[in-house]
Design a protein around this ligand. Structure first.
Ligand SMILES: [Zn+2]
Length: 136
């Protein structure tokens, strides 16, 4: 079953691998954890953070972070996007983009009101509360 899920998410993962290779060439570090390639650091990540406020993103089974510290902090959020990519497979990127555009067309925020982001932010909050030992 894990193999089927991996294959279903593979088109998105391959985009992540292509972007990740660019990051690695810029000096980023690679770590494999929980079946996910985690790539952080390098001047591309640093430059993106400076230019756009980018911190981290997930593309299939690849998670990219501008630094190891940021990646550590945002891992629960990004892993929700990994699970979403496993659920949506080849449809993940178009569904994510269309969901954001739909929110923008309704006068809402293209990023914060995107249902994929809302799910990730909600789960991130739960994970942080669990890490602090707070019942919710
Ligand atoms: Zn997100």
């Amino acid at each position: 079953m894990r193999l089927l899920i991996f294959l279903w998410a593979l088109p998105t993962t391959l985009i992540g691998v292509a972007v990740g290779l660019i990051w690695l060439l810029s000096g980023a570090k690679l770590r494999i954890a929980n079946g996910v390639l985690e790539i952080h650091g390098g001047w591309v990540g640093y430059w993106l953070m400076r230019q756009s406020g980018f911190a981290a993103m997930a593309l299939g089974h690849v998670v990219l972070g501008c630094s190891s510290g940021v990646l550590e902090q945002l891992r629960p959020h990004e892993y929700i996007h990994v699970r979403q990519a496993e659920r949506w497979g080849i449809l993940f990127v178009p569904a994510y983009l269309l969901a954001g555009l739909w929110q923008a067309m309704k006068g809402r925020h293209i990023y914060y009101d995107n249902p994929f982001e809302r799910e990730a932010f909600a789960a991130e909050g739960i994970a942080k509360e669990m890490a602090r030992g707070v019942d919710s």
